[in-house]
Design a protein around this ligand. Structure first.
Ligand code: ZN
Length: 146
């Protein structure tokens, strides 16, 4: 089960939605790949909350192509909350490149970031870092996660 998000307002959508029930955006021509690129660009959004949500959604969707952008965003001086969210996203996505970055984030000056890297619970129910998009399907018991 894949969850999509409105490119206009980031509301969570069902796969079948043709228009966003929240902001009314037309989703018929929503290109999934373009959507991922949009999420990656949103990491640089001037509004911190938007960058946080973008990092969160990229992690939930497991977008491997986003790993370099997530790492670059950290290197460009993301605030601790964003670095923590990026750490969670990198853990969700996994892979050698993500793990290398996580090793560096484990030595981050901010405890919020270090906790996001090391705490097992930050991946399961109730994320320890700011993210108002719960992982799709994760509240319905084992075996339902994508
Ligand atoms: Zn919307």
């Amino acid at each position: 089960m894949v969850t999509y998000f409105c490119p206009g307002c980031w509301a969570r959508l069902s796969d079948a939605a043709r228009t966003c029930p929240v902001c009314g955006a037309d989703l018929a021509e929503l290109d999934r790949n373009a959507f991922d690129l949009k999420l990656i660009r949103a990491l640089d959004h001037p509004e911190p909350g938007t960058a946080l949500r973008a990092a969160c959604i990229l992690g939930q969707r497991g977008i491997h192509g986003a790993v370099p952008a997530l790492i670059a965003r950290c290197d460009k001086g993301a605030d601790p909350y964003l670095r923590a969210q990026i750490a969670v996203a990198l853990r969700r996505i996994g892979g050698a490149e993500a793990n290398g970055a996580l090793t560096r984030l484990a030595a981050d000056p901010s405890v919020i970031v270090r906790r996001a890297v090391t705490e097992p619970t930050s991946l399961g129910s109730g994320d320890g870092v700011a993210c108002d998009h719960p992982a799709p399907g994760s509240r319905h018991g084992p075996g339902r996660r994508r």
